[in-house]
Design a protein. Structure first.
Length: 255
């Protein structure tokens, strides 16, 4: 982290976990534990948990995010949710392009870009996920993959919007597997993403961009990962599902 240059943010991605009642309980457990956090704290919850999460988080420093949004305002898109409706419910952030959506739901760099534009237009702050597969890392193609994903996601996004966007570097081989990128691997990849943003928007914009690491981050490895210059926080899956596991990560980012 380099807090002199940019915000540190810890975001939980709850994936498809927690009922509305469980959401209220978890946010209520978390609130006192992170009240003094010196970093951003976000919980990205399932759509159906949003009212409970927004209500429970009211008056606290916890911000609520969604895990996807559609690019259209309304229409014949059965099962989809418009960005403006999330905003109306009190959502502030939206995870986009998570590898699980790319893997199971046909998400592409083009649709990530469309969703990003819709989220920004609605006043949501996108958390854009990028990252390579294991075979791509082994074939030394990590930079190539990040290049395509970052340039795809940011196509036609104005520089003025950058302050409202977070990037999450999530090597797919480290998500939910217990395998973590080494501190140096995370730093190198986040630094490479920063260099891509510098190429697109200039060094000042790149220096100000929050770039998280995600992939089996937990209480045991967070501090070392977050000590790296280019790792500005974390997108946390499994360890965001209990207040006891999430809090130490927030504490590590608060140092
Ligand atoms: C994620 O879902 O974005 C993630 C990083 O999951 P986990 O922390 O469980 O690897």
């Amino acid at each position: 982290m380099n807090k002199a240059k940019r915000a540190a943010v810890i975001a939980g991605n709850w994936k498809m976990n927690k009922t509305p009642a469980e959401t209220t309980a978890l946010i209520n457990d978390l609130k006192p534990l992170v009240a003094d956090a010196a970093c951003g704290v976000i919980c990205c919850v399932p759509f159906t948990d949003i009212p409970a999460a927004v209500d429970a988080a009211k008056g606290s420093n916890i911000k609520i995010g969604a895990q996807n949004c559609h690019w259209a305002e309304s229409g014949a898109f059965t099962g989809e949710i418009a960005a403006s409706w999330l905003k109306e419910l009190g959502v502030e952030y939206c995870v986009l392009g998570h590898s699980e959506r790319r893997q199971y739901f046909g998400e592409t760099d083009e649709t990530v870009n469309s969703r990003t534009k819709a989220a920004l237009a609605a006043g949501l702050k996108p958390i854009i996920c990028v990252g390579e597969l294991k075979e791509e890392r082994l074939a030394d193609k990590t930079h190539e993959v990040l290049d395509v994903q970052v340039k795809g996601a940011f196509a036609d996004i104005a520089a003025a919007e950058l302050a409202n966007i977070i990037i999450a570097y999530e090597p797919v081989w480290a998500i939910g597997t217990g395998l973590t990128a080494t501190d140096d691997q995370a730093d190198e990849a986040c630094g490479y993403i920063r260099s891509l943003i510098a190429g697109l928007y200039g060094q000042d914009a790149a220096d100000a961009m929050t770039i998280q690491y995600g992939g089996s981050m937990n209480a045991g490895n967070a501090e070392a990962l977050l000590a790296k210059e280019n790792v500005d926080g974390g997108l946390i899956g499994g360890a965001s599902l209990s207040a006891e596991k999430f809090q130490p990560i927030v504490a590590a980012a608060s140092k």
